[in-house]
Design a protein around this ligand. Structure first.
Ligand SMILES: [Zn+2]
Length: 171
């Protein structure tokens, strides 16, 4: 296991075990949601415009395949798009949750600050936030026997579909 301190969270993580888990997920049948909100997020992913590069780098460090969030959902309209929430799981554990911890400087994330709930920053000019919990909501069965951390995120994503900005429409 490797270690990292992100804001108040000190964690251990096993990137190799996580990569194995995501390889198994990639081989399994995935339900693909056809609502406009999900289609917009996937289109943004394909264009590299959904998750900011700092978050992608962090996910890669943990061994997470960004293609397979456990959940994503549009939350509220933002200028030119929507704020999305979602989360990923990875193999590891939270070993401390302590506001006095000094966070490691995380490669590529400048202007990182803890707002009392989440670590927030501006990524490519957009609001980004992450927080870590031991929650295992909608946990893929490949993680069932493994210690797991849930990385929740919020990001603003532009509306790219050429259908009206109505993420809850099924198309
Ligand atoms: Zn959907």
């Amino acid at each position: 296991m490797d270690s990292i301190t992100l804001g108040p969270w000190a964690i251990h993580y096993d990137a190799e075990a996580t990569r194995d888990a995501y390889a198994a997920i990639a081989m399994s049948d995935q339900l693909v949601c056809s609502c406009a909100g999900c289609r917009n997020f996937r289109l943004a992913q394909e264009q590299g415009k959904a998750l900011p590069p700092e978050l992608l780098a962090l996910l890669q460090r943990f061994g997470v395949s960004y293609h397979y969030p456990a959940e994503i959902f549009p939350q509220q309209p933002e200028a030119g798009g929507w704020r999305y929430g979602g989360w990923f799981h990875f193999v590891g554990e939270i070993v401390a949750n302590d506001l006095t911890l000094e966070p490691e400087s995380v490669a590529g994330i400048s202007g990182l600050r803890y707002d009392g709930d989440a670590l927030v920053w501006l990524g490519a000019g957009k609001n980004c936030g992450i927080w870590l919990t031991s929650t295992r909501t909608l946990l893929n069965k490949v993680f069932a026997e493994l210690p797991t951390v849930q990385l929740d995120f919020e990001v603003d994503v532009s509306w790219l579909l050429d259908v009206p900005d109505s993420p809850f429409a099924v198309g």
